[in-house]
Design a protein around this ligand. Structure first.
Ligand code: FES
Ligand SMILES: [Fe+2]
Length: 340
């Protein structure tokens, strides 16, 4: 399946940029599902999104500036508000003379968890709900915002695949003694999947410090949510009561390119674990995944017959089944470069 060939993916929310990357005067360019978009802050400081194309002579609006909450085209200075209405044409004396056809489309755009989320179509699901992110007993640590050269679906499957840590996470938490999880329970939900599992892991020195524990061996109790289509929330509970949650969205840029957006949520304090140390450990983990995932095909087959599977692929297979059902529901057929 090629994500840009399935229009239904336009109907989901994706985080496109951390809010604090935006300037009050400069717009921000992004590519979402192969579409050039522009993000800026309106008068109230709220993010707004539109196609990165002026309706006058098609210039990229992201080259312009932001004035009074409107995006101002760099070519002839037309100004558009967050609804796409043209509010100013410097070549016209009187604002009332601006024709109604001078307008650009606008996209759904809002802030959540410190990120700007955009939906190009009509949302089929709300933005994934992460209650801990707004809970006083937890802190949010922004970790990564970078493009990966792989399909988001591969990353979602990877996060729920408990056979890979032994082989991929050899310098972080993978345990040779635990090639499979001790338990794995999968439940379908309206938003995607809920998975509960137990996995034996090792803890290198930095992680022992981060976890405030001195054991080399431990067990992770995992409580994982997959939010259709490209967000995973992994709640990792450790025996000492610490919870480290990883929230990751692979925002689709193109078929083989996704913006990796990750933050973590923890129930400890900066004095107990420095945010920089938590990030350093997750950096190592994610780079181990990235090396492998960037070698995988961006055309992820939904039909099980095209790849081979094992017991620990159950969550991934359910993801493929749910995506296939989503396409069917929206009268789409799987577009692929895959051959029989
Ligand atoms: S192209 Fe944008 S104002 Fe002319
Ligand atoms: Fe991994």
């Amino acid at each position: 399946m090629l994500v840009t060939q399935q229009p239904v993916f336009r109907n989901f929310w994706y985080p496109v940029v951390p809010l604090d990357h935006l300037s009050p005067t400069k717009p921000f360019a992004f590519e979402l599902l192969q579409e050039a978009i522009v993000i800026w802050l309106d008068e109230a400081g709220q993010p707004a999104a539109a196609p990165d194309r002026c309706c006058h002579r098609s210039a990229a609006l992201s080259l312009g500036t932001v004035k009074d909450g409107c995006i101002t085209c760099a070519y002839h200075g037309w100004q558009f508000d967050r609804e796409g209405t043209c509010q100013k044409v410097p070549q016209l004396q009187d604002k009332t003379m601006i024709p109604k056809t001078y307008r650009i489309p606008s996209y759904h755009c809002t802030e959540r968890y410190g990120y700007v989320w955009v939906c190009l179509g009509e949302p089929l699901q709300p933005i994934p709900e992460i209650p801990e992110a707004s809970d006083a007993g937890h802190r949010v640590i922004h970790e990564f915002y970078e493009p990966w050269n792989c399909a988001g679906l591969r990353v979602m499957e990877n996060e729920l695949d408990l056979a890979h840590p032994t082989f991929v996470h050899t310098t972080t938490f993978g345990s040779e003694e635990h090639p499979i999880p001790d338990s794995l329970a999968v439940e379908e939900t309206d938003y995607g999947l809920k998975i509960r599992a137990t996995l034996g892991v090792v803890n290198p020195e930095l992680q022992q410090k981060n976890l405030q524990m001195d054991e080399g061996q431990t067990v992770r109790h995992l409580d994982m949510d997959w939010f259709m289509p490209f967000t995973c929330c992994l709640r990792i509970h450790y025996p000492n009561g610490l919870t480290h949650m990883v929230v990751n969205t692979m925002t689709p840029i193109q078929d083989g390119r996704s913006q990796m957006v990750q933050f973590c949520v923890r129930n400890d304090t900066e004095a107990q674990t420095a945010a920089a140390d938590a990030i350093a450990f997750d950096r190592q983990v994610t780079l181990e995944d990235k090396t492998i995932l960037e070698t995988t095909d961006d055309d992820v087959p939904l039909n099980a017959k095209y790849e081979q599977h094992m017991m620990t692929d159950k969550p991934g297979l359910l993801i493929r089944r749910r995506i296939a059902a989503l396409l069917k529901e929206h009268n789409e057929t799987e577009q692929t470069r895959h051959c029989d």
